[in-house]
Design a protein around this ligand. Sequence first.
Ligand code: HPA
Ligand code: ZN
Length: 341
Amino acid sequence: MEYAEYLRQLPKVELHCHVEGTLRPQTVADLARKHDIALPTTDVDRIYDYETIYEFLEIFRLVNSTVIEAGDFARIAYESLEDGVKLGNLKYREMFFNPTLHTTRGVAMSTIIDGLIDGCRAAENDFGVRCRLIADIYRQDPPEMALQMTQEVLANRRDEVIGLGMDAAEAPDPPEKFFESFRVAGEAGLHLTSHSAEDGPPSNISTCLDLLGCERIDHGYHILEDDAVVARCRDDGIHFTCCPTSTAVVYGWPDLTTHPINAMMKAGLLVHLNSDDPTMFRTDIGKEYVDFVGQNEYPPETAKQLVRNGVDASWLDDAEKAELHRAFDDEIAALDKALAG
Ligand code: HPA
Ligand code: ZN
């Protein structure tokens, strides 16, 4: 077995993937036609072209205006998980969705959540992959809107919705703005995470951990600018959900051998790999491992450690994590044999 195929076939957990960033180009075209929505080009593949986080977010919003009915939400969740399974042997995902991206267009919270859950259940049934959901604050929203969204998520609570997160452009809107939402979600028992130090200072990580109560950090690359924050996160065993390809594109680290993820690993931080917005960045969870591990010429031990970190960083309970580790160990033993043979 080739090393690239081994990396693709490693069983995986993914904790940083936005369902709205997983729409297949064909699905965007289908939904746009179904709902009579005009797109800027009929060549949908060309929609996914941009150079900055701001251009990306504009297209993210446009593409998502085609997702309206519960069945549309079910379709995108299902296809997204199918792609994860087929392209990267995905076993478990905690998947972001941005409620206000949809509710501000008049879509009901229950339509979004019930639709996504339907798609997740169908994918679990067909492919064995499990998925839980994390509602994301869109940080360019006013704090009052974020709080209302959080309360609405709690009012429409389902077992599958396990966390609150925060995304969109970090630089203009610091995490403390959304303290109240995180307080309410934490008190209600949701797990907490946030995109942080992706496009902002390392102090945002401290704010997310200490003020907002976040349990893990999404991205986190600018942590390297502050040794004290690095030491604290290493000592506390904070996990970082890193995304090689998406940040290579919009934050200018096109060479994965010099991407800050490498220095984070060297500094002893706990990282694992994720696809972020796979179709929008023309990647998938398998390709993230093939490209990042392959281009850095890391050995199988490193790839396996990244995979294990993903399991440990998840919000599964201890028994579920132990069970997943066991299942992964069995699959990996067979892959190790195939690689050696
Ligand atoms: N960063 C910021 N906003 C986003 C991202 C991301 O990785 N993905 C979707 N929206
Ligand atoms: Zn993200």
